[in-house]
Design a protein around this ligand. Structure first.
Ligand SMILES: [Zn+2]
Length: 439
């Protein structure tokens, strides 16, 4: 099922809509947002210089720092009175990033989320449980409103108290779950601990996952515990751009369809800022072309992906972005080699005898970077067999050497000993940043 006509337009028609909305947006921000006008003036570009979609490249980028510099409402293009909602994303340091919505922005948001939810398999007879933290975070309310629009019965169970979540899931016969991939895994683990088989005792058949990168290894792990024939898709968004609803995977699982009548996506070389050709991998840059309250121009997401324009078997004609390979911020430099945590997760695929949870610790010892990978063995009794442990350790080391070109330390630990997460999993600890170099 496809939710909206806009998802199936011929390329030329999509681009016509994009251009009309882009020129309108650029003129509006230039007139209403002093910070944008100053940046455009400094770059020597006027709204009338944007005549084609290619002219987008003339415009300066917007970064998270711009949002911080204009905290809280400096980049807003409407008077306070027109705002209907304010969200914020937690900043790890300092002030959060603040985003606002007019009534029209909220309507568009619902529409965009309805599209990606339907692409993910959501239907009007679903019971949809939202296991995202409510509050200032855009993820929970975004999915909540979009799924209501689809016609699902929404259960706003939020995060925490996994046993109670499971009680709702069983008693309400929940069919659709919104969560981070790591929490979807954790829920299955707790179900098994209390004697429930997620495949037989629960009715969940559709997972709409987000807010954290999902590798194919994680998808396979989820299928193993929840069932081979269930829908598991991920979707993409960020508060600054809208929240969830920017793009999402369809059931063909070949990248995330972008809501191109609301967003223009580009991929750039993160070092030079140069726009890359379709299919080339780089940093995703997004321009919001329908947002009234906070229309960001060429926002640098720091997420690494590539764009695909080939037709999709699902019937949608919108461009797709490849599932993320990481964030430019997440990239670790280990002895001069660029390493993404997702590469490590991918390399752990199909390793028998280990669980899905892992931790990466980077430290510096004797002036050399040291990457330690902590992995849980699958069964407790394995911890007693030195030979089995040694074999497993050697196997993982060899896989890492092949995938990363690096020697890593592997530490095998007992099942259920690594930290579990209800929201975004934090799998990397970089002790080098803390400045406590252990020599
Ligand atoms: Zn598709």
């Amino acid at each position: 099922m496809i939710w909206a006509r806009e998802e199936t337009l011929p390329r030329a028609e999509i681009e016509k809509i994009q251009l009309a909305r882009l020129t309108e947006t650029v003129a509006r921000v230039y007139g209403k947002v002093p910070a944008y006008r100053a940046k455009m003036d400094a770059a020597g570009v006027k709204p009338e210089d944007v005549k084609t979609l290619g002219d987008l490249q003339k415009l300066p980028f917007t970064t998270k720092q711009d949002l911080r510099d204009n905290y809280p409402f400096g980049l807003f293009a409407v008077p306070r009175k027109q705002l209907r909602r304010i969200h914020a994303s937690s900043g790890t340091t300092g002030k959060p990033t603040v985003v606002g919505y007019t009534q029209n922005d909220l309507d568009v948001w619902r529409e965009c989320v309805a599209r990606i939810a339907v692409a993910a398999g959501a239907r009007d007879d679903d019971v949809a449980q939202i296991c995202f933290g409510y509050g200032m975070f855009t993820g929970a309310l975004g999915l909540h409103n979009g799924l209501e629009k689809v016609g699902a019965a929404v259960v706003p169970s939020s995060t925490g108290n996994t046993q109670k979540q499971l009680m709702y899931m069983k008693d309400f016969e929940t069919t659709l779950l919104v969560a981070t991939p790591s929490y979807a895994m954790r829920i299955a683990e707790v179900a098994q601990e209390i004697g429930l088989d997620p495949k037989k005792d629960l009715r969940v058949h559709t997972f709409v996952l987000g807010s954290e990168l999902m590798t194919e290894a994680m998808r396979r792990g989820l299928r193993k515990v929840w069932g081979e024939d269930i829908n598991i898709t991920q979707n993409y968004g960020m508060s600054e751009l809208m929240g969830p609803g920017v793009s999402g995977e369809c059931l063909e699982l070949c990248g995330m369809h972008i809501n191109e009548d609301h967003f223009i996506a580009e991929v750039i070389d993160p070092k030079t800022g140069e726009v890359l050709a379709p299919g080339e991998k780089g940093e995703l840059v997004v321009t919001c072309i329908t947002k009234e309250a906070l229309p960001l121009i060429r926002y640098r997401t720091r997420d690494i992906t590539r764009l695909m324009y080939e037709p999709c078997a699902c019937g949608r004609t919108t461009a797709r972005m490849e599932n993320l390979s990481g964030r430019t911020d997440d990239m670790l430099k280990i002895r001069g080699v660029n390493v993404f945590p997702s590469q490590i997760e991918e390399a752990l695929i199909n390793t028998d005898g280990i669980g899905p949870n892992y931790e990466i610790v980077v430290d510096r010892k004797d002036f050399a970077d040291l990457l330690t990978l902590k992995v849980e063995v699958e069964a407790e009794n394995m911890m007693d067999s030195y030979t089995a442990l040694e074999k497993l350790e050697h196997g993982i080391k060899a896989k890492m050497r092949l995938a990363l070109g690096l020697d890593v330390r592997v530490e095998l630990v007992s099942p259920n000993t690594l930290k579990r997460f209800e929201g975004k999993a934090k799998r990397v600890t970089d002790l080098r940043k803390a400045g406590n170099e252990s020599v």
